[in-house]
Design a protein around this ligand. Structure first.
Ligand SMILES: Cc1ncc(COP(=O)(O)O)c(C=O)c1O
Length: 432
């Protein structure tokens, strides 16, 4: 507080009561201003948000780092490899051109949307009209939140996965709509629950959120699953929002399907795609919403009020990313695949039985029986305290995530192996 006060003084260049703007020509008594502390009341939509479960872990992580401890941080899905050089080079070149310094288009420049349409055609044989079926977003998280705002409001209901990437739940809650969590495993349970809720609930859910390949569980599906979802959605008039963040972060022969490959999906579905993962462009904040025209028009309308578009050099560099970097994307997926193998092998060595995922940049590790009683939150804290390894507790993604830890593949193979050794060493003491 005191420091803030001093900084404010330095900026305004004077004492507290020197600033006296007056209202309508009447001078305000400086003493009076300081008497009553104004009450700050935030909106109910903010109050509805739950306590941030990762806060405690982040605070300890920061404290340890300040104390000089080397933390192996596998908590967040924040890519640690660089953006491919041609993309950075194009950004540099485009940033030097003053014509690119102005406000840009909120939905993205036409050539960029055209390139996104070509990418969908190339990878998934999905045809998109770049003018009506592609909207550029400031990362898919922004687009997802604003699409929820465009489609939902108080009195509405939406289905969200359980467990879930937090924004899939909270961006629905922020609109004032009700969230119904649907367990995603097994697939048959998800489908029957979705159909059951749609059949018996009044009012019917308006939107269902999907996320395959899934964060945090790494669950993957085949096109037939999406066919079933679309069938239920059509029958009950439910709009679908599918988050495809890990669409190109896939391993072995597995190819993740786009929901838009299903015939008729474009009548009710929007899919989010991002450059954050495949191209290591997380900090650049760029992604796309593609699919249903009316849903996208509503998103574009909200965005038109809220933003002026992404810095144009980033959009120009992203054209290069999508046009020339297929091989980089493939190699990046291979890097995650090798890390996955190392991590799972090491876990097996310390007696943790961890399934190898077919996609994403995570491993979803069941907590061994001997440690399960502790709960994923306490275990994650203890791992940070005593093993100097940060991971995400499964419960942070909802109750259904309890019993698991999510480990992000965002360190090199040696560091990942080291992390598991440290986990093994520390946790041996807890079980004896
Ligand atoms: C499922 C999922 N969706 C969206 C995002 C965020 O993507 P973006 O960087 O495009 O906002 C993430 C990031 O971890 C994610 O895991």
């Amino acid at each position: 507080m005191e420091q803030g006060g001093r900084e404010e003084e330095a900026l305004t260049g004077g004492g507290r009561n020197d600033y006296n703007p007056g209202i309508g020509g009447v001078q305000i008594d400086g003493k009076g201003i300081g008497m009553k502390k104004p009450e700050i009341t935030v909106a109910r939509r903010i109050e509805r948000l739950p306590v941030y479960l990762f806060g405690q872990i982040n605070a300890l992580k920061t404290a340890k780092r300040h104390a000089g401890v080397d933390i192996i941080d596998l908590g967040m899905g924040n890519p640690n490899d660089p953006t491919p050089a041609p993309i950075v080079e194009k950004l540099r070149e485009a940033a030097l051109d003053p014509r690119n310094h102005r406000y840009s288009a909120s939905i993205g420049i036409p050539n960029l949307r055209r390139e996104a349409a070509k990418l969908y055609q190339r990878y998934w044989s999905v045809k998109l009209d770049p003018d009506k079926e592609v909207v550029t977003c400031i990362g898919s998280k922004e687009g997802f939140s604003h699409l929820c705002l465009a489609l939902l409001g108080s009195g509405d209901t939406a289905l969200a996965p359980a467990p879930a990437f937090p924004i899939h739940v909270h961006s629905i809650a922020m609109t004032g709509a009700n969230v119904i969590r649907v367990p995603i495993a097994p697939d048959s349970l998800f489908l029957s629950k979705m159909a059951d809720i749609a059949e018996h609930m009044t009012p019917k859910p308006k939107v269902a959120v999907l996320n395959y390949p899934h964060n945090p569980t790494t669950r993957t599906v085949e096109l037939d699953f999406f066919r079933e979802v679309v069938k239920i959605a059509r029958r009950h008039n439910i709009m679908l929002i599918q988050d495809f963040a890990y669409g190109l972060t896939t391993f072995g022969n597995y190819k993740a399907p786009s929901i838009l490959q299903v015939r008729g999906a474009k009548d009710l579905a929007v899919e989010f795609f991002t450059l954050s993962k495949g191209w290591n462009m997380a900090g650049w904040r760029i992604g796309f919403a593609v699919g249903n025209r009316q849903m996208l028009a509503a998103l574009a309308r909200v965005k038109g009020y809220y933003d002026y578009g992404i810095f144009q050099p980033i959009q120009i560099a992203t054209i290069i990313a999508m046009r020339h970097c297929d091989e980089h994307v493939k190699q990046q997926a291979k890097i995650y695949e090798r890390r996955r193998d190392v991590l799972c092998q090491q876990f097996a060595r310390i007696g943790w039985n961890v399934r190898r995922p077919r996609a994403t940049m995570f491993v979803w590790a069941p907590i061994p029986k001997a440690l399960r009683k502790m709960g994923s939150m306490d275990l994650a804290m203890k791992l940070l305290e005593e093993a100097n390894v940060a991971v995400s507790p499964g419960v942070g993604f909802g109750e259904e995530g309890e019993g698991y830890l999510r480990v992000a593949l965002v360190e090199n193979e040696q560091r990942l192996a080291q992390a598991v050794r440290q986990i093994g060493r520390a946790s041996r003491n807890w079980t004896t």
